[in-house]
Design a protein around this ligand. Structure first.
Ligand SMILES: [Ca+2]
Length: 216
């Protein structure tokens, strides 16, 4: 309930005059359709913690409509601190420090995080766009792994907290993945040379030292 009230407050009772607020959302607006917009608002403003900001004369039907929205799932602000930052609904650290995928895996753990997983296509699209905007020219490792080199194009999994989660989609570039048992390329990166499409690569070869993305 507290989260829902926070959204209402953010939409209608901002004390930040530089922010233009939508005074209403379309009736069909739900967390999927409006989640990013709500998220942006929440990033711009302090989150009120009480319902005291309610305008008393808000019509009852309007309250109901607004209370329908739920706050996107986010880490509390103080847990997503620099060098981590929020992108979409997730908290990432995009490191330009060069590391192999195996080194990057360990470095993320040292940060109290894990090599980033993009379980939904939306998360991967947001990150791809972010990397393009950064214009670093670097590749960036993230956390998928192939666990079976004998299967054509591999069996790719996200790894988190000891669990191997089967990838529901893949965004490999043309001709990728091209690893095999003879030439194992069990790790994965956003490949700068093709606008950050995915490439499978060797996990521990120094020639694949590049940036990496941690998540927590
Ligand atoms: Ca490859």
């Amino acid at each position: 309930m507290r989260d829902r009230i926070a959204i209402v407050n953010l939409m209608l009772y901002s004390r930040a005059p530089h922010v233009t607020f939508p005074m209403s959302f379309p009736p069909q607006c739900n967390i999927n359709a409006c989640g990013i917009l709500l998220h942006k608002l929440m990033m711009l403003l302090p989150v009120p913690t009480t319902s005291s900001h309610f305008i008393p004369d808000l019509p009852a039907h309007r309250k109901k409509q607004l209370l329908f929205f739920k706050r996107p799932k986010l880490l509390p602000e103080d847990e997503c601190r620099y060098p981590f930052r929020t992108i979409g609904d997730s908290c990432y650290f995009i490191s330009k420090e060069k590391a192999t995928p195996d080194q990057a895996f360990a470095l993320c753990v040292r940060h109290g995080a894990y090599l980033a997983n993009f379980e939904t296509l939306e998360e991967a699209m947001l990150m791809k766009y972010e990397l393009q905007q950064m214009k670093t020219g670097l590749h960036f490792h993230f956390g998928g792994r192939n666990i079976n080199r004998y299967i054509p194009r591999g069996d790719w999994r996200w790894i988190q907290n000891g669990k191997l989660i089967k990838m529901k989609y893949k965004a490999f570039g043309n001709g990728q993945p091209d690893g095999s048992n003879a030439g194992p390329q069990d790790c994965i990166m956003f490949y700068a040379g093709e606008r950050y499409i995915w490439h499978d690569i060797y996990c521990d070869h120094p020639s694949w030292s590049s940036g990496y993305i941690c998540e927590k």
